[in-house]
Design a binder for this molecule. Structure first.
Ligand code: JFZ
Length: 309
């Protein structure tokens, strides 16, 4: 409970966004034999899509409907104080023009824009804080694979990417690491990574998935898909949740939580001094589906009618 985390403790409510090359599949992969495999951000691995096909998909990925002002506006209208986007999920695909490798949205797709820069500008203009999700686990980098004898080279590249993220887009409010559970990541590596981030961005709030919850615990805990019954006093936490049953876009998934349920989650979490990071998943055009927008609007309306101030 320091001045550094004040805004975060006061804010309670943020928008999570899972958006990546996987979004281009709309949640479905048609196998060569004609059968269909359904998944979202894990579609590459869970549907066993060959890299050649997944890489070819990148050449068709053109989310020209992405509108940073509209996205940040939707968060703001919902009463959300911060916004966290997947800059790189487990597929290793960077959603910004990284110079570290060419497995990124700028070099591999016809979409020649930097949505992180657009989001940074929109967020600053609208007074919403910007955060980045970054997966330590990487299915694509050859040096990050199980049995790699050169994992250190991958870690060096990872730090170079994080330096880009922390220095090219203004102040980054929150870093949301993930995939740390996957070997050969260690607590020691997590502690070094946390130090690295603190050195570059001392005010950035870091989640506990930077290490294996041993030495490097970051700033806050990350319960998932739940309103914890008995949070630990003095331990900051943020519960992330899907708005339907998937993180990434899945066109067939219409199992949306009702606005009433979302309000109940938010109120319950805030009452236990937690934060609620509610996810949206834009489609292959980069547009947040209307049913998701409708629910965000309803939560915002409830807050304006019943919330503080
Ligand atoms: C991870 C990702 O694999 C998933 O795709 C999504 O991005 C989610 C937010 O994070 O999934 C997890 C990570 C940690 C737990 C469960 C799912 N956990 O600690 O229970």
């Amino acid at each position: 409970t320091s001045a550094r985390t004040q805004w975060w403790r006061d804010g309670h409510f943020g928008m999570f966004m899972h958006f990546g090359l996987y979004s281009a599949y709309r949640g479905e992969y048609r196998r060569p034999d004609g059968t269909v495999c359904r998944n979202a951000e894990w579609i590459k691995r869970d549907c066993a899509i060959p890299w050649t096909e997944y890489e070819a998909k990148a050449a068709t990925f053109n989310p020209s409907g992405f509108d940073a002002n509209a996205v940040i506006g939707a968060a703001k209208a919902a009463g959300q104080k911060y916004f966290v986007i997947t800059t790189k999920h487990h597929d290793g695909f960077a959603m910004w023009p990284t110079k570290v490798n060419n497995w990124n949205i700028y070099d591999r797709t016809p979409f020649k824009r930097d949505i992180l820069a657009e989001l940074a500008t929109a967020a600053r203009a609208q007074g919403v804080k910007l955060g980045f999700y970054y997966s330590i686990w990487d299915w694509h980098d050859p040096d990050a694979q199980p049995g790699s004898t050169n994992y250190a080279a991958y870690v060096t590249r990872m730090k170079a990417q994080l330096k880009e993220l922390l220095t090219n887009y203004g102040d980054i409010a929150e870093l949301w690491f993930d995939g740390e559970w996957e070997a050969p990541w260690t607590d020691q590596e997590g502690a070094r990574l946390e130090d690295f981030v603190r050195g570059l961005a001392p005010n950035t709030i870091i989640n506990n998935r930077v290490g294996s919850r041993g030495i490097a615990d970051g700033d806050f805990g990350t319960p998932e898909q739940e309103v914890p019954a008995t949070p630990t006093d003095g331990q900051l936490w943020e519960s992330c949740m899907t708005i339907n049953d998937h993180w990434g876009f899945a066109a067939y998934d219409t199992n949306y939580k009702s606005a009433t349920t979302l309000v109940r989650h938010l109120a319950g979490i805030a009452a236990s001094s937690g934060n609620y990071l509610l996810n949206v998943g834009p489609d292959e055009r980069g547009v947040i589906p209307q049913p998701q927008i409708d629910r965000l609007t309803a939560v915002g309306n409830w807050l304006r009618t019943n919330g503080p101030a």
